[in-house]
Ligand binder design. Sequence first.
Ligand code: SF4
Ligand code: SF4
Length: 627
Amino acid sequence: MKIYDRVLDGLPGEKTLLLGNEAIARGFVEAAGGVAATYPGTPSSEVGDTLSEIAARGGFYFEISVNEKVALEVAYSAAISGIRSFAFMKHVGLNVAADALMSTAYSGVRAGMVVMTADDPSMFSSQNEQDNRHYAELSHLPMIEPSTPQEAKDYLIRAFEISEKLAMPVLFRTTTRVSHMRAPVVMGPKEDRLALMGTYPGHLAHVTLPSYSIKSRKALSMRISHAEVISQQTDLNRLEVYGDGEYGFITSGSAYNSLVDVIKSNSIGAEVLKVGMSNPIPENRIASFLMSHEYMFVVEELDPYLEQKVRVIAQREGIPALIHGKLDGTFPEEYEYSADVIEKALAAPLKLNIKPRTAPAVLQQIPPRPPALCPGCPHRATYYAVKRAVRMSGLNNVTYSSDIGCYSLGAYEPFEMADVLLEMGSSLGAGSGLGKLTDSRVVAFVGDSTFFHAGIPALINAVRTGSRMTLVVMDNSTTAMTGQQTNPGLAYDGMGNPSAQMSIEEIIRSTGVGSLETADPYDLKTFLPAVLRSLKSEGVSAVVARRECAILRDREIRKKGQMPVYVVDTKKCALCMNCVTNFSCPAIDIKGGQIAIDPDLCDGCGVCAEPMVCPFRAIVSGERNGI
Ligand code: SF4
Ligand code: SF4
């Protein structure tokens, strides 16, 4: 049985090895969720990948929305219509959705609504490591934090229940380790399915005009008071005792797992208050916990969110416990907490005799690998051509504004074509400003999904303000970086059903850009002149670089039993090194003083065979067993 089928069909009591994100999808199924909406973002993406596969058979609605704000609004619309709903996204996605989120606390909901944020300590796939627990405080919404896949599933169901008790959305926070940890999960029973078709909430039922919000604010305070009572009583906040329980620890999320590892491996006598509901925190329980320990350690990833609250409680109640955390320098402020990090921090105060943990031998043997675009990636050809076109154009003051996607790798050698990169859509927003306010010609790179997500308003801004910008839309016909999800440029939706397909060209044209070209970056001889013409155009110009993602293409040609490969004719090769130095496909290497193409890596795109890459025509189509 496939993992997706197990998520949907697993029987109560069955134990299945699940990724945290798959367990969350199972929690949604067990909670009889009716609507789920997302915009893909690592580390949350596998929740959507799983729900997408099982939605039709599971009888619920799933959508990949155009961005996180819309995903949250879609989920909200379901919840106010009486359908349990779930919006999920990566941590920075919640910034996009924050405008809507803030008002949902005032408006309230009629059925359970959970909003998941997947935070990314250590920034494995993100531009920052913001701690989204602050959003719970800011929005006045309760927050639940699981530590394991089992808890991720179980706590999601609890989050729906709490949401319905309080008639407000509940935030659900994971981190990369929780979302991407794989562990056995015991399946629970599925609740009866709620009606999928909601009922209209009624005139003015959920309006946040000031005159209504003034009244809602009081109701919100009452909901928060009720949430505090829940937090005091719930077993989501629990006490664990190890040995004589001498030292007190307060922790949450993924840091809990590493902490328990350290406590057990060093036989530390400890009592651990694990906070599973981190907004509002259980203040009375924390106060009595503080009173029973002379030494208290607050172990949490990212900001001293719990620690600050614990210190306030101690000060307010006059409790003399010695509190150690980030604020006194015991623990580091940055990055995720492995067991090593926690053990090192506790070594001095607890006089631990720690032995450095060594990475498994196999890990030590892996050579460092710089990030690189895949062999056959059309973005490589795009960067190569744009770089040459800029050189040929005679423009000597070009600023490259980049964006979030696989193509962000254009920032690295050999292309080095990213001077500015902030967040989704910033290539056009920052590009709009730079092209207006500096003497640079801006070249802005954006992917198809990112263009729809946040690029369109900034493009309008650039045209309206007369910015000097050439927009290159790198349309690889998928949302590649997060796992090949759909986007509005494709003719199918998040459940695989046919859907309306938006034309990138028509959207761009409607803004009134000076010129618009569409070309295939694999075909350098037509693509490069198109870029060159665009660079010479006044104001805002655009090139749509359209060629599907190499991974999608490989899948298709493998299905047909074909897998072309290119080889180097060493008799023709002049060792000019252009293919290695400037084009830099990972399949091309130097072996024994000769250029060689690794047939296991080559995906047969053929771009390196173009005279613009190999002027000596030494790269030719071959067969897997040689020329
Ligand atoms: S054909 Fe050339 S550029 Fe394309 S994947 Fe093979 S080696 Fe790389
Ligand atoms: S570009 Fe062509 S001639 Fe130059 S090193 Fe590569 S294979 Fe040889």
